[in-house]
Design a protein around this ligand. Structure first.
Ligand code: FAD
Length: 491
């Protein structure tokens, strides 16, 4: 395996090219094929904290990366109108309180709450309080867990420049067909409309939803999750900024889905996600425009998708990444993370001496369990609604969920327990913040907190809250920090 061909130059293609060329570039040759005429999906601007470790693996300088992609900092997601219209909670990236080996913080908090001694759970999370105050700072003397909002097109350009400087060759043009070995079905070459043939040993399918290699050629199969995640459409539009950039994404529910707002340095990304069975495209467009805060600088663009996963993300000598490998809607901004984690796994399991079924199975199994656990986390937001104001929300509330999720909901409802299994992306803090935010009140909790007298528990909580409030007070505003740290020279 000497020559890797990446088909597609969206976020997935260029992430793969940048990582492979930086880490394995002296061992393999890399070619990327993309078509400017076809273009990219053009969305995908909110990330999660794992992006930071991936950037470190690429050797990126943070201010340079943020300047180039007009990025802002993200401390979490604010969910509005989800459990009930008028509700609001923040799923932050922070640690909530301090846990002990015997019980997580929320058990102590539930005990204190039952005794009338505690405030909101978010009072005990630094990142959440900083987000609410519009504050941000990072540096050697601060421990803060954060991610980025970035411009998807600029991100692709930035990674392209780095990949090319590490020796990646880019081929422009449309792939007309895919040539396979007649004996074993392995992919041998991409035949371009120009007549050129791009041969390779290993092919990475980053062609987006169409899955030109993995599905249209190899027929790897697709498992549809539409019965649990009913949205299948999005309208995306960019607007000018109307104020300082918030350090969090907003996810605002509406009668047939939700709307995102992602603040960048130079503009805001907006989109309306909806279930076409419950909302006409024209109504969605009208609702999107009605709710915009700034002036639209692009036309709303319609994107259709099918939630689910490719049955085999690695089949023969082809590995699918990004949208070609499956898609769970963008509610928790997990797709770019999934690309990064899959590329990392590919580099760890790289088939230098040929394709091994055992390696392929291991790769596919990890991809399956990661995506299923993310799927469950997303379904949780819909299932735990109390909204009764539309057929869409009634359907979400009344649907049967996967057993794996039903078990988690039962465990929290009955005893207040939450857990992070080995393949789970989301930590206990995430599950707890969303379950409580969605009004799932546990009937029981661990009673170790009873061993603390009321005075001690109240004092500990007050101390923690006070320390967090003081630390937030000392921080600069998010906008001021960006202006100093990573604003492009012309801004
Ligand atoms: P694409 O961007 O579609 O790229 C496909 C590439 O293949 C293009 O370069 C195209 O030119 C090329 N191509 C296709 N066919 C051919 C051909 N025949 N010949 C030559 N080239 C070809 N992810 C997040 O992490 N956070 C988010 O906030 C987020 N929001 C999203 C919102 C929506 C509505 C959607 C749909 C997705 C969102 N995502 C998000 C997912 C994210 O957009 C994708 O994971 C990411 O952009 C990767 O896309 P891609 O590179 O797989 O596909």
């Amino acid at each position: 395996m000497k020559k890797v061909v990446i088909a597609g130059g969206g976020t997935a293609g260029w992430i793969a090219a940048a990582a492979l060329s930086r880490q394995l570039g002296r061992l393999i040759e890399i070619v990327l094929v993309e078509s400017d005429e076809i273009g990219t999906v053009g969305v995908g601007e909110s990330t999660i904290p794992t992006a930071r470790s991936f950037n470190a693996l690429l050797g990126l300088d943070e201010p340079e990366f943020m300047r180039a992609t007009q990025a802002t900092f993200k401390l979490g997601i604010a969910f509005e109108d989800w459990a009930r219209v008028g509700d609001r909670y923040v799923h932050s990236f922070g640690q909530v309180g301090t846990s002990t080996w015997i019980a997580e913080f929320h058990h102590f908090w539930l005990e204190a709450r039952a005794r009338g001694l505690a405030g909101e759970i978010g009072d005990y999370c630094f990142e959440l309080q900083a987000a609410e105050a519009g504050k941000f700072a990072t540096g050697s003397d601060t421990t803060i867990n954060y991610a980025y909002h970035l411009d998807a097109t600029l991100y692709g350009r930035f990674l392209r420049a780095r990949s090319e400087s590490h020796g990646v060759t880019r081929v422009e043009g449309r792939i007309a067909s895919v040539e396979q070995d007649p004996e074993n079905g392995f992919i041998r070459a991409l035949a371009m409309e120009s007549g050129e043939r791009v041969e390779g040993d290993l092919f990475i399918d980053c062609t987006g939803f169409r899955g030109l290699l993995i599905e249209q050629t190899l027929r790897a199969g697709y498992e549809d999750w539409g019965q649990w995640l009913a949205t299948d459409s999005a309208l995306a539009v960019q607007t000018g900024s109307v104020g300082p950039a918030l350090p969090y994404t907003r996810a605002i529910a509406h009668r047939a889905g939700w709307q995102w707002r992602i603040p960048l340095q130079h503009r805001v990304g907006n989109g309306l996600v909806y279930a076409s069975a419950h909302m006409e495209d024209d109504d969605a467009r009208a609702l999107l425009i009605e709710k915009l805060e700034g002036e639209a600088i692009t036309e709303p663009r319609l994107i259709r998708y099918r939630t689910g996963r490719r049955r085999k993300t690695w089949d023969k000598n082809c590995i699918a990444l990004g949208l070609a490998s499956g898609f769970v809607e963008p509610l928790e901004s997990t797709s770019i993370h999934l690309i990064m984690i899959a590329v990392t796994r590919l580099m760890q399991l790289f088939p230098f001496s040929g394709i091994s079924d055992a390696v392929v199975n291991r790769f596919n199994e990890q991809a399956r369990s990661e995506l299923e656990s993310i799927r469950d986390f997303i379904i949780l937001h819909y299932k735990l609604t109390e909204r009764d104001d539309s057929a869409f929300w009634r359907q979400c509330r009344d649907m049967a969920v996967p057993d794996s999720l039903a078990e988690r909901i039962g465990l929290f409802r009955e005893a207040g327990f939450a857990y992070q299994a080995s393949e789970d992306l989301f930590r206990v803090d995430s599950w707890v913040q969303v379950m409580l935010g969605q009004r799932l009140q546990p009937l029981g909790h661990h009673r170790v907190g009873e061993l603390m007298g009321s005075e001690r528990i109240q004092q500990s909580l007050a101390d923690l809250k006070g320390k967090i409030a003081a630390a937030v007070q000392r921080m600069p505003t998010h906008q001021a920090f960006i202006d100093r740290y990573c604003a492009p020279a012309s801004a």
